[in-house]
Ligand binder design. Structure first.
Ligand code: UDP
Ligand code: MG
Length: 310
């Protein structure tokens, strides 16, 4: 049996028809499944639409989080509650085309791959700056962590043993794509074309994307911290050269007349120190978040049978 997991945030206008479509495709291909919908604190009629779905279809299970925790947390809730032999994660707006599901299931069932990853063969309609920032971020991420996220997506099928291994990663702030790459296992990629969003609009604002980028790099790599050390060392070398030169000038009686060097040095060193403190601050705030050991999400309501409640 497969658990299909979808995070839902303000998708009231389309969730019913989208889930029905997924269900139809699953039935046509005789895939035994449960569909887990996680309501991430939607403020529209998503929950009542989800209740309607769970009334109409016996294999639809619905989970209500106590507030909006973000897509990552909603995914965690779904993965932890799923009981299937494999879990398939997809967006509720069907930008991840459900037509690809049978092929993903076949690769898992017949060719025994543990992780089947949907990769974007085409980024869909996205602004030029959007594409550019995404690509720059992937480059930075690859440099810092060695994990290639280019064209990776959250559209994935994970075998039970991968889900169980994933559960052992206990950090409270998660970055699902990075974590899943870190896990390893026998994996294969399936290209898919990102679909247009039919209804509503994307929930990602520019600032939330920047936050996600900083968060994902700092939770997977300490390179920025080492960078601080490197910058410091380079500065030290420059310092030694300048000190020697200044002393030499002093000794031969040709001391500096201007303050140019002094000003440049003060500004340069000052800004390096500020940036370094900032980077260290980001990591300290992460440590602070992690030691609090808060749960990743809180569930206020669950409906439907067949959940994993160990
Ligand atoms: N989502 C969520 N919580 C949030 C934001 C989004 O559960 O705080 C869900 C949303 O309902 C959708 C998926 O995450 O199923 C992807 O969101 P969206 O389509 O807004 O992102 P995009 O496709 O633009 O990356
Ligand atoms: Mg979307």
């Amino acid at each position: 049996m497969i658990s299909i997991i979808m995070p839902v945030y303000n998708e009231g206008s389309q969730i019913y028809s989208n889930v029905s479509k997924v269900k139809r495709i699953l039935e046509q291909n005789q895939i035994d499944s449960q569909i887990l919908l996680v309501n991430d604190g939607s403020t529209d009629n998503s929950w009542s639409e989800m209740e309607r779905l769970s009334r109409d279809y016996s294999n639809v299970l619905i989970i209500q989080l106590s507030r909006n925790f973000g897509k990552e947390a909603a995914l965690c809730a779904g993965l932890e509650k799923a009981a299937g032999d494999a879990c398939l994660i997809m967006d509720a707006d069907l930008q991840h085309p459900p037509e690809v599901i049978p092929e993903m299931v076949r690769l898992w069932r017949d060719e025994s791959y543990d992780v089947v990853e949907g990769v974007k063969s085409d980024r869909g309609r996205e602004s030029l700056t959007g594409k550019f920032t995404a690509l720059t971020f992937y480059k930075l991420f690859k440099k810092a962590t060695g994990i290639n996220l280019n064209s990776a997506s959250d559209f994935k099928l994970l075998d039970r043993k991968v889900v169980d291994s994933w559960k052992q990663m206990t950090e409270s702030i998660t970055f699902f794509r990075g974590m899943s790459a870190w896990l390893g296992f026998k994996r294969i990629q399936v290209p898919f074309k990102v679909q247009e969003r039919v209804n509503g609009c994307t929930k990602w604002s520019k600032s939330s994307l920047i936050k996600l980028a900083v968060h994902s790099i700092t939770s997977f790599s300490a390179l920025p911290l080492h960078l601080v050390t490197w910058l410091g060392s380079i500065l030290l070398i420059v310092d030694v050269v300048l000190v020697t030169q200044t002393l030499y000038m002093k000794l031969v009686g040709k001391a500096f007349t201007g303050f140019t060097t002094v000003i440049i040095l003060i500004l340069g060193v000052g800004s390096f120190i500020m940036i370094s403190l900032g980077i260290i601050g980001v990591y300290i705030s992460k440590i602070y978040e992690e030691v609090k050991h808060r749960p990743r999400y809180l569930i206020s309501k669950i409906q439907g049978k067949g959940l994993n409640n160990e």
